[in-house]
Structure formats: C-alpha cells, structure tokens
Design a protein around this ligand. Sequence first.
Ligand code: SF4
Ligand code: SF4
Length: 279
Amino acid sequence: MIINHQKCIACGNCVAVCPMNAIYVDTKINRANIDDDACVECGTCYRGMSTENLNPRFARTIRKIAKSLRFRMEPEPDVCPTSAIEMNELEMPRLVRQIFSDPVVEHTSTGIKGRGTEEVKTNDVRLRVDTGEVGYTIEFGRPGVGVRFSDIQKMTRTLANLGVTFEKNNPVNHLLTDVKKGDLRADILNEKILSAIVEIKTDINMVEKILLTVREVNRDIDTVTAVGISTRCGEDGEDNILGPLLEKLGYSNFRAKTNMGLGRITNKVSFTKTEGQIK
Ligand code: SF4
Ligand code: SF4
C-alpha cells in the first residue's frame, strides 16, 4: 500500500483506520506515511474509507487559510478527501502479506478467501479428523499484533518434531518446504501478516503433549496464539472422551462450533479421503 504524496493533505483520517498502526503523519513533510515493515497489506485503509476527489492544492490552501484564521477545515472522519491511498502491485515475498491479511484476496492454494482454511467446519463431510483422532487449529496473530512467519516456523518445527500430521488443505502447509522438519520457505520468514492458522491432527493420546508444547513455544514467540481443538462426537452426538480429558488437564471445556452434518456423506464408498472430495 502506498500514500501518494502528491495528493495527501495530511488530514490524518487514515491513521485510526489501520489495524496495525502502520500509518502516521510525518510532520516534517506534512504528509501521511506508511511504515512498510508494520503494514501487512490488509487493504483496510484502501477499501475502508470513502474517497473524494478534492484538488489537493486547493484543499491545502483552504486548510492553510483556515489555520491562519484559527479555525479548521477537516474532511468527514471516514473520508480520504483526495483519494491519496493507492494499492500497488506486490510481488513475492511481500505478496504473502496480502494473501494472508486481505480478506477479499483468495488463497490460490486452497481457493478460500480470508485465512484460507475451512478448519474443522467441513470435518463432517471431509473426514479430516477421524474417530480416535484430534484436530487442532493453532491461530497466530490478531489485528494490532500480527505475526511473522519466523515465529510460525518455531511452532511448525517443534510440532513436526513430535510427528504430527499437518492438514494438507491449509495455506500455511503450502509454504512448508520440508513437512517432516516443519521448515517454511526461507524468503517469507521475515514477512509479517495479520494472522494465520496452522492445522494439525494427532492421535487422541497426544493431546496433553501437544497443548503443553504449544504453550511452551508460545512463550518464545512475539504474538498471541489461540488453540482450537476438535473431535468427532459418538453416535449419541456426545463427546465422551476429549471433553473429559481437557477438563482433567485443567481446561474449561465448552462447545464452540458444532458441525450439524448438513452436508452428511451419503455415499462413503466414493469418498476419497486423501483428496478430500466426493466423487
Ligand atoms: S486520509 Fe488521505 S489525505 Fe488524509 S492523511 Fe490519509 S492519505 Fe492523506
Ligand atoms: S494496508 Fe492495512 S496494514 Fe497496511 S497501512 Fe493499510 S490498513 Fe494499515
């Protein structure tokens, strides 16, 4: 993202719009600027503000006259009055910021917008987590915090060492150069994004180890981490194994999302688990 200094009148309206606090008004040049390292290319400033096409020179002159007469000429707070915020074309590795942070950009690896994953929402029809297995979503970052891939790699490497299975249909997984070691592409490690989800699964007997490990690694990384955990309910619709286990480990257990099975598989024989598709 860039701010066109020919157009910007330094009204400061865009500063509060940025979820990463990447925009500031440089008082030396009297223009808004974007801190490229902090910007995750989420597009909020570009799309989230209304735009007007005031003539920048005219607007600056009026503002200057107003200031000298001790009153202000300010645009409405949600408007960039001169359409000065512009989206530039990005290339890898910077492009990865936009792919993981801009909710309207589709992940080409999965064909899904936003964070590019269906997580456990489609488990019922895709059998991502089978009986006796537990699925985990490990979510890194938040607006205002973000996460660098170097920190995500600390987690993927540690988890790979424990022998977990990474979900194939997940955008972070597509950036792994060595799934067994949990290595990510070297060129993206310093890139910062709004958030990402790593999805794994293990046998149910590894739940305690995984949760402890995530907690440990989290101490060593510069972001916030949230863990979701899922299992298949029994025939009676109840979770009689994972829930009690989590409570035993000291976690408050409650159902956050329940897949109602509205896309229930009716022809299991033709379901290919590896491709995750019904043929
Ligand atoms: S809203 Fe537009 S004109 Fe105002 S500071 Fe931001 S980029 Fe400049
Ligand atoms: S693209 Fe997003 S992170 Fe970058 S300056 Fe705009 S709002 Fe901030």
